[in-house]
Write a protein that binds this ligand. Structure first.
Ligand SMILES: [Zn+2]
Length: 181
């Protein structure tokens, strides 16, 4: 009885060891997956500091290949505040850009967290999709002021995840543009 029991335990251990061994063989590659950190500064948009941080946090919660971290020196994504003309960004869609948040657009009723997250989406490589639903970040102003969603859809997150899967050198935007909200 004891011998059989021990035999079974050993067999089980062997059975478990094989997949673990395979797992270990795969793990180094998985761990080597590049995580790109992009720094953003928000000091140029003092009325929206919390909203910008929330917009960045929403992206960080949705993707793992690229992370947005606030740092006012050396940032490659720089927020500014303007008072007319609409919110927009000038970006290479590749982690470098100037983002302009329009206070008058917020006064019209557009949600500033959604605007910040949307413009960050451009800097992460996504184009506008104004005809999309509120559940999409890149539908921007399309769904109107009642839309306050500031989180990327699963498809948007998956797109950014794939664009940044191999790091900043390999990341390519869908397009390069000046894009409004
Ligand atoms: Zn846009």
């Amino acid at each position: 009885m004891n011998g059989r029991a021990i035999g079974r335990v050993v067999a089980l251990a062997t059975a478990v060891a094989a997949p673990l061994g395979l797992g270990l063989a795969v793990a180094p590659g998985a761990e080597a997956a590049t995580v790109t950190t992009l720094y953003y500064s928000s000091s140029g948009a003092p009325d929206y500091l919390a909203q910008i941080d929330r917009g960045a946090a929403n992206w960080n919660a949705a993707v793992t290949d690229v992370r947005l971290v606030k740092r006012n020196t050396g940032a490659t994504i720089v927020f500014h505040e303007v008072h007319s003309g609409g919110s927009y960004t000038n970006t290479d869609g590749h982690g470098h850009g100037q983002i302009y948040l329009d206070t008058s657009q917020v006064a019209e009723g557009f949600d500033p967290t959604r605007i910040a997250a949307h413009e960050l989406g451009h800097n992460l490589g996504l184009p506008d999709h104004y005809s999309g639903p509120c559940s999409e970040l890149m539908s921007g102003h399309g769904p109107g002021t009642s839309c306050t969603n500031a989180k990327p859809s699963a498809a948007e997150a998956a797109k950014v995840q794939s664009l940044w899967a191999n790091g900043i050198a390999a990341a390519r935007p869908e397009q390069t543009y000046t894009a409004a909200l």
